[in-house]
Design a protein around this ligand. Structure first.
Ligand code: NAP
Length: 275
C-alpha cells in the first residue's frame, strides 16, 4: 500500500487541507475514538465531524489517543440548523470546541443554509468573528448554492474557502465546482461513494477489475483527479485502509468516459434549496 499522507489542497486563506480524510457521519459514538485512532495510524490526517453526528467528543478522544501533535490533524466540524443566528452560532462553536477538547478547529462550516429560515447571513457573521479570533482557523459552508454564497460574501466581504456538497458520479456537480473554482472556493464532496449505493455498478466493477482495484478505490481516484476534497466514511478498519490505498494508480480517458455515463442527477440527500 502506498502510504498516506494525502496531498494537501491550498485554501484561499493561505492554509491547506489534506485531500483525503475520514468522514464520521453515522459512525456510532462508541466506535468513533477507536476508528479515529486507526485512521490516524493508517495515515489519515483529516477528520470530518459535525454537531449533528453526536461524536465530536469521541473524535477529540481519538486524536488525543493517537499521540499525534494536535496540529498534524485537520479537524472539521459544523454548526447545526438549530443554531443559526449570530449569538447562537458562537455558543454552538463553544460547545463543539469543548466536546472536541480543542481550543481551535481547523475548519468550521455552516452545515445547511436553510433558506426558509433566512438566518444564514447572521450565522456567517459569527463564523467571520471566530476566524478573526483564530478559534476557527478556516471558515466555510456546506450545501450552499452560488446565490447563498454571493449573499454572505456581499454582506460581510468574506468568502468561504470551502463549500462541502453532495457529489459523486451519479451527481457530479460540475457547474458548481466550476463556479467554486472561479471564486477561489475548494469543493468538498460529501457522500463521495453515494453512501455505498454506487459500488455494485457493473461498469465500475469492470474498471476496477482492469486496474486490480475495488470499485470504491476507482470512485475515490475519480474524485482526487477532479481536485475535490473527500472523506469517505467507513466503520471498518479494512475499508479505511482500502479507501486510502489510492495513490499509486490512475484512471485513463476511457475510464473517465465510462464513469461520466453513471450520471443520473440523483441525490442521496436533501436538496438544500428546498429546506
Ligand atoms: P459515503 O462516504 O459516500 O459512503 C459511506 C458508505 O459506504 C457506508 O455505508 C460504508 O459502509 C460504505 N463504504 C465505505 N467504504 C467502502 C468500501 N471501500 N467498500 C464498500 N463500501 C464502503 O457516505 P457519507 O458517510 O454520507 O459521506 C461521507 C462523509 O461526508 C460523512 O461521513 C460526513 O463526514 C460527510 N457528510 C456531510 C454532509 C453534509 O451535509 N455536509 C452530509 C452527509 C455526509 P461501512 O461503514 O460499513 O464501511
Amino acid at each position: 500500500m502506498t502510504a498516506l499522507p494525502a496531498p494537501r489542497v491550498p485554501l484561499a486563506d493561505g492554509r491547506s487541507i489534506p485531500q483525503l480524510g475520514f468522514g464520521t457521519y453515522k459512525v456510532p459514538a462508541d466506535a468513533t475514538a477507536d476508528l479515529v485512532v486507526e485512521a490516524l495510524r493508517i495515515g489519515y490526517r483529516h477528520v470530518d465531524t459535525a454537531t449533528l453526528y453526536g461524536n465530536e467528543a469521541e473524535v477529540g478522544d481519538g486524536i488525543r489517543r493517537s499521540g499525534l501533535d494536535r496540529d498534524d490533524v485537520f479537524v472539521t466540524t459544523k454548526v447545526w440548523n438549530d443554531d443559526h443566528g449570530f449569538d447562537e452560532a458562537l455558543r454552538a462553536f463553544d460547545a463543539s470546541a469543548a466536546r472536541l477538547g480543542l481550543d481551535e478547529v481547523d475548519l468550521y462550516l455552516i452545515h445547511w443554509p436553510i433558506p426558509s429560515r433566512d438566518r444564514y447571513v447572521d450565522t456567517w457573521r459569527a463564523l467571520v468573528r471566530l476566524r478573526e479570533e483564530g478559534r476557527a482557523r478556516s471558515i466555510g459552508v456546506s450545501n450552499f448554492s452560488p446565490a447563498h454564497i454571493e449573499r454572505i460574501a456581499e454582506a460581510t466581504g468574506v468568502w468561504p474557502v470551502i463549500d462541502q456538497v453532495e457529489l459523486h458520479p451519479r451527481f457530479p456537480q460540475r457547474d458548481l465546482q466550476r463556479w467554486n473554482d472561479a471564486h477561489g472556493i475548494v469543493t468538498e464532496a460529501w457522500a463521495p461513494l453515494a453512501r455505498g449505493g454506487l459500488l455494485d455498478d457493473p461498469a465500475l466493477a469492470e474498471i476496477a477489475r482492469r486496474h486490480g482495484r475495488t470499485p470504491a478505490q476507482v470512485v475515490i481516484r475519480w474524485h482526487l483527479d477532479r481536485g475535490l476534497v473527500l472523506f469517505p466514511k467507513s466503520t471498518s478498519a479494512a475499508r479505511l485502509r482500502e479507501n486510502a490505498d489510492v495513490f499509486d494508480f490512475s484512471l485513463d480517458d476511457a475510464d473517465r468516459a465510462v464513469i461520466a455515463r453513471l450520471e443520473t442527477g440523483e441525490r442521496t440527500g436533501r436538496d438544500p434549496d428546498l429546506d
